[in-house]
Design a protein around this ligand. Structure first.
Ligand SMILES: *[C@@H]1O[C@H](CO)[C@@H](O)[C@H](O)[C@H]1NC(C)=O
Length: 392
């Protein structure tokens, strides 16, 4: 009996070793030779440090990423590199913290800085490795894609200077969003475009057309419009919103508190985001945040919730209402006070810097010598360095 059990165990162990060996082949261990060997392929690489706890946490996820990408028949190759052993190569690829996830495609290195989950990483890899512009050949296809994207950018028309610009913008912003194109007959009948060619964004149950005269350059318009009008804001979203230079108006609430004040304030912000979009959307992003711990550490304040706070991501100041926000009129008044300069700004001491600091301070494995130089930072959930870079 014992012998049989032992044999069973042996068989199991052999099978497990076999499975492990199989898994290992889905993620290639990269070394010096990678620099020259990689050129003909698209690579998704985890640059890690053996001592970094967040790298260890990523490892099983990374194996799953390798398995799933292989299984899907994708041409993307998945690898990992000990960036402490091959630090000069890692720095050529622009690695400045651990773990760093990059998709390498020709001369470009695309940084992944979203949540480190299998699905998010694979979605990123497929998006960035695929065509810059995806053509939607039929109305059915358009409807299918529209259902799957809360924010969808679409170029409508034939070849044009605007299309060239669109492609150029896509090569940079594909790290954030997809770029589609279609001919006019693919669009739903309810749409009327003032002229062709056009760039349109579909979101919040409607669509908006890019207007070169009103909206400035295409790249900053896409950067501003790539968020839904109303968001559930977490610290990562807030950091991303920093790139847009917008004021961020958020209801700070406690989702679990059953008092109607919390849900009411949230609805007030939602309503203003929707009904006053034309007035405010160029300058404001709306949303809510659950709980005040994060915002308190950010502003070094002690906010009683529910409340509304408006953060200025370009000069790092913030505004608190001087009255109770009971309805949309109150909030609109508060926002207008900010716009005309009568609301009193507070702070101004760099809360975006503080977001970074909070992120770095929150971890134990950090070895911080000169964070601006290289390779000393083990990032918590996401790293936040440049999005796309040329490989040296
Ligand atoms: C719920 O929110 C109200 C304010 O609207 C507050 O007075 C109350 O203490 C909160 N309850 C809990 C359990 O936090």
């Amino acid at each position: 009996m014992a012998a049989a059990g032992g044999r069973c165990w042996l068989v199991w162990a052999a099978a497990a070793a076999f499975v492990l060996a199989l898994e290992a082949t889905f993620v290639e261990d990269l070394d010096d030779s990678f620099k020259d060997d990689r050129k003909d392929d698209i690579w998704l690489v985890d640059f890690y440090a053996p001592w970094c706890g967040h790298c260890k946490k990523l490892e099983p996820i990374w194996n799953e990423v390798g398995i799933e990408i292989r299984r899907s028949g994708s041409p993307i190759k998945v690898g990992k590199m000990d960036a402490t052993s091959y630090s000069s190569i890692a720095s050529e690829f622009g690695v400045r913290g651990y773990p760093t996830i990059k998709l390498l495609k020709g001369d470009l290195a695309y940084n992944y800085r979203g949540p480190r989950t299998k699905d998010d990483i694979i979605e990123f890899a497929n998006r960035v490795s695929g065509p810059l512009i995806r053509t939607l050949p039929s109305q059915q296809m358009f409807e299918h894609v529209q259902k799957r994207h809360r924010v969808l950018f679409l170029y409508v028309g034939g070849e044009s200077p605007l299309k060239e610009k669109y492609i150029e913008v896509a090569s940079e912003l594909i790290v954030y969003t997809y770029f589609f194109s279609a001919s006019e007959d693919v669009l739903p009948k309810y749409m009327t475009l003032p002229e062709l060619p056009a760039v349109v964004v579909f979101k919040d149950g409607t669509y908006f057309v890019f207007d070169e005269y009103e909206d400035g350059d295409l790249s900053s318009w896409i950067n501003r419009e790539r968020f839904q009008g109303y968001l559930n804001v977490d610290w990562f979203t807030l950091y991303e919103l920093g790139d847009t230079g917008k004021l961020v108006a958020i209801a700070i609430i406690d989702d679990k508190n059953s008092s109607s004040e919390h849900t009411r304030l949230k609805s007030v912000v939602q309503e203003v985001a929707k009904d006053y979009r034309d007035h405010f959307h160029r300058n404001f992003q709306f949303g809510h945040m659950d709980g005040n711990d994060y915002i308190n550490s950010l502003l070094m304040d002690d906010l009683a919730i529910p409340t509304v706070v408006v953060l200025n991501t370009s000069n790092q100041q913030y505004f608190l209402p001087d009255r109770h926000i009971e309805n949309t009129e109150d909030l609109v008044q508060f926002i207008n006070d900010i716009l005309d300069g009568t609301a009193e700004a507070q702070g101004g001491d760099g809360f975006l810097q503080r977001i970074k600091r909070i992120i770095y301070d929150a971890k134990s494995t950090v070895v911080k010598q000169n964070p601006d130089v290289i390779l000393n930072i083990c990032c918590v959930n996401v790293c936040m360095y440049g999005e796309v870079s040329l490989i040296l």
